[in-house]
Design a protein around this ligand. Structure first.
Ligand SMILES: *Cc1c(COP(=O)(O)O)cnc(C)c1O
Length: 821
């Protein structure tokens, strides 16, 4: 049931100019030239404003795309392609989606708020999917681009739409309202915090409410709008809920925990009703109440609502990349399965370069709204297109449609236990495996069988935030400036090829590592970008060149040995990078040595100077700005001298993270982006939009103990509580990188959102925290060492160090898990 519009019709819908050369039909809207599956029926929107749109158009054209929406006044030399020219490409995408939406007269729920949008959307889907065929945003595609792509999926088989909308500043919601055209509105949790993009919390609320301008029904928390003047139409019926105000339509007056579940009682239409929520944490409870109110507002009976809510399941929107057994990498997406999220997950699989072999384990897909034949035809097409080498299908429907698949290696199983019984015989080894299953198939068992056992302290790395940070800095660069991403020291403790892969896929220009071995690891993980080695060891020059790594040359000895090696190995023109010491006094050629250096390089056919660079000692610190200027001056002079001697062009670079924003005139040809990638930058306020910490270090409680005031805790009896209280022992110690300096109340951990100080000395593998103020903590509960709330900067402050040290201290025994939403 794919939509299809003649390209001429699209042209008139979006008011474009340009000639139609090919009378194609459009069914796929593309915004990323790397994700093309059906080129002939695709319409590519050249959205990129940051990077050169021409480049992506050429890529898409090369993949067979012949229909493009581009900005006016650009010339393209592609005679057999249609170019629809508009003033604003994003607006054209939205206009087309809005037109498509208006072709369908079905109820559409529009969801917005500051938190919980995706969960509420997914839960409403779970709750209402027995009653019809629902279309919704894939994952959290709720942006100015994600919403139109989501709405484009609507087809005539759908009976209900549920779309979430996310905004970050003014004048965005009207645009999304026009695309979603919701008839029912749902407002989720509204934080009172004043967000980056808005002057005040009131402004933020007012902007969000614009989604509901044309709704006939709005479900919201009574408390949030109680004293707020809104522009809602008088005919909009509001259904309110509250935990405080009796006058709400749904007044929740009692909340208790019964065997791990949350039991609510409420007044509704003058009678008492109840609801059991299978979650305990406060955010989940609030999201569930929002869903409960929505069901009642839509005339579900209280009994029906209660019965369905009790069966809600956790929503995981993220793909997790983990280390597997037998040198496999596992992409775990075992909780939901539909064709859109399958495509997203397969894209992620195909981005992975660490193993040649790529394997997909897939269960039957439910609720697609397509006929089985059509569904599995599409699945088979995707699987082939993404070059899956081994396909493992589980479930009766996939089995029935076996014949549609055409993959080098295929295995089919009737159910999950049959797969598990056969697992050893499959000899999964050195491959990247995507596990994707509908919930009822319980693929978490498959994941458990394939993932390496983790001790329960993990460092989670958010690859979306990594990308966000990269784009944040890209937006600060002068046109044409390249990016060298610093991934030395295990990517500042965050991982190796996993991050490098993401950076490569998103086209940074260079990577830099500290030692040759680190570079080799990246090459073996499939990284093909140019890589600079900052501390090349002469004994490893053979490996360095064999793996095409480019050395930093900082001294005559190093240059001499490299040239000798190159001579013997009959290597010429090998790319090197010359380091100038402009004031750090660590490594590099000094002012007076430049002339001799020039003499040596001039007559040298063995090396080719790819770049000349230096390092700023205090780019973030105002009190040293004069010194920074002096460094820049010395650097300019050295570069000019070398350029004159060599007679050819090389790149120049001096800026590290803080230099990028503070010294825009010193970006030269390239910047070296380090800690900013990981979300930390002393020169950028932590509230600045766009920069986010990428790492969360978490552990779990191994035991809870009641303690009397006079008892002592840990080695040497250093710790005690002032009053009687409760402590928890957690599974992290100095051997994991949680330094002893954090002991005795210096460090804090987040438990259920509350900061709990350490008690006593930190042990090697564990430590104790005071949880007297945190109710209901039990063994196995999660404890956060750092995340977006308690930031690495704060930990650094606690023990008087810098964030770099906190990050790189986390020991290798702490498992890294990468996720991508
Ligand atoms: C580590 C390093 C950087 C990156 O510094 P950040 O402050 O993390 O951005 C840049 N250049 C050199 C030479 C480095 O060693």
């Amino acid at each position: 049931m794919q939509n299809s519009y003649p390209v001429s019709e699209v042209k008139s819908i979006i008011n474009a100019s340009g000639d139609i050369i090919n009378h194609n039909s459009i069914s796929v809207l593309l915004t990323d030239s790397r994700r093309i599956t059906n080129p002939a029926a695709s319409l590519f929107f050249a959205l990129s404003d940051r990077r050169n749109g021409h480049e992506f158009i050429a890529d898409a054209y090369a993949s067979g795309v012949r229909n493009f929406v581009v900005k006016q006044q650009q010339a393209f030399m592609m005679p057999d392609a249609n170019f629809l020219m508009v003033d604003n490409v994003l607006a054209a995408l939205q206009k087309l989606a809005a037109h498509h939406r208006s072709q369908f007269n079905i109820p559409v729920i529009g969801v917005t708020g500051s938190n919980g949008k995706t969960i509420v959307k997914e839960w409403l889907y779970q709750l209402m999917c027995p009653d019809g065929n629902i279309v919704r945003n894939p994952k959290s595609y709720n942006s100015q681009i994600g919403v139109p792509l989501s709405v484009w999926q609507i087809n005539e088989t759908h009976t209900l739409g549920i779309f979430e909308a996310g905004i970050s500043t003014y004048n965005e919601m009207d645009l999304l309202e026009a695309v979603i055209q919701p008839s029912i509105g749902v407002l989720t949790h509204m934080g009172t915090a004043h967000d980056e993009g808005f002057k005040s919390a009131e402004d933020k609320l007012a902007e969000k409410l614009k989604l509901f301008t044309n709704c006939s029904l709005l479900v919201h928390n009574y408390d949030v709008l109680v004293n707020v003047k809104t522009d809602l139409k008088t005919e909009t019926r509001c259904f309110t809920w509250s935990r405080k105000f009796k006058q709400a339509d749904l007044y929740v007056f009692s909340e208790t925990v019964i065997s791990g579940k949350y039991y609510l009682r409420a007044m509704y239409k003058d009678s008492e009703i109840e609801c059991l929520i299978p979650f305990r944490n406060q955010a989940a409870v609030e999201n569930a109440i929002v869903c409960w109110a929505t069901m009642l507002a839509m005339d579900y009976s209280p009994a029906d609502a209660d019965e369905r809510i009790e069966r809600l399941t956790a929503v995981s929107m993220r793909l997790e990349l983990k280390n597997g057994i037998n040198d496999c990498s596992i992409i775990d997406d075992s909780y939901n399965s539909d064709i859109q999220s399958l495509e997203i997950a397969l894209n992620f699989l195909s981005q992975q370069n660490q193993h040649q072999k790529k394997t997909l384990i897939l269960s039957d897909i439910f609720q697609s709204g397509l006929s089985q034949q059509e569904l599995y035809t599409q699945v088979a097409h995707l699987v082939k297109d993404k070059q899956v080498e081994r396909f493992i299908g589980v479930g009766p429907s996939i089995n029935e449609h076996k014949a549609l698949f055409n993959v080098p290696k295929m295995h089919f199983y009737a159910d999950t236990s049959a797969l598990l019984r056969d697992m050893a015989k499959l000899h999964l080894r050195s491959e990247t495996i995507l596990i994707k299953g509908s919930r009822s198939f319980e693929f978490e068992k498959v994941s458990r069988a394939l993932v390496q056992k983790a001790h329960e302290t993990v460092l989670e790395i958010n690859l979306n935030s990594l990308l966000g940070n990269l784009n944040f800095y890209r937006s600060k660069l002068n046109p044409g400036v390249k990016v060298m991403a610093m991934v030395k020291a295990f990517s500042y403790g965050s991982g190796t090829f996993e991050l490098a892969n993401m950076l490569q896929y998103n086209k940074v220009d260079y990577l830099a590592v500290a030692y040759t071995d680190e570079g080799i690891d990246l090459r073996e993980g499939g990284i093909t970008l140019p890589i600079v080695v900052l501390n090349p060891e002469p004994l490893a020059y053979d490996k360095l060149t064999a793996y095409k790594l480019e050395p930093e040359i900082y001294s005559f000895t190093l240059l001499d040995e490299f040239v000798k090696y190159a001579q013997e190995a009959e290597i010429t023109n090998y790319p090197i990078h010359i380091k100038i010491d402009t004031g750090m006094h660590r490594l590099g050629f000094e002012d007076l040595e430049i002339e001799t250096l020039c003499d040596l390089l001039e007559i040298n056919k063995y090396v080719n100077v790819r770049s000349v660079f230096s390092h700023l000692v205090a780019s973030d610190a105002e009190q040293h700005d004069l010194f920074t200027l002096k460094q820049i001056g010395i650097f300019d002079k050295a570069c000019a001298q070398i350029e004159e001697a060599l007679g050819y062009h090389f790149m120049r670079h001096i800026s590290n993270t803080s230099g990028i924003t503070r010294w825009p005139n010193a970006q030269y040809d390239m910047v070296r982006l380090g800690i900013g990638l990981y979300g930390v930058d002393a020169a950028v306020s932590p509230d600045e939009a766009g920069l986010k910490p990428i790492a969360t270090l978490k552990t779990t409680v191994s035991q809870v103990k009641k303690l009397l005031a006079n008892e002592t805790v840990g080695y040497n009896r250093n710790g005690s509580l002032k009053n009687d209280g409760v402590i928890a022992t957690v599974r992290i110690g100095y051997a994991d990188g949680y330094l002893r300096a954090f002991g005795n109340g210096v460090g804090t951990m987040l438990v259920n959102g509350v900061l709990a100080p350490t008690v006593g000395n930190i042990s090697m593998d564990m430590c104790m925290i005071d949880i007297t103020e945190v109710p209901n903590i039990k063994e196995g509960d999660e404890v956060i060492v750092f995340n977006e709330q308690q930031r690495i900067e704060e930990l650094a402050r606690q023990i008087g160090t810098i964030p770099y040290e906190i990050l790189t201290n986390i020991s290798h025994r702490v498992k890294r898990v990468y996720f991508y939403e």
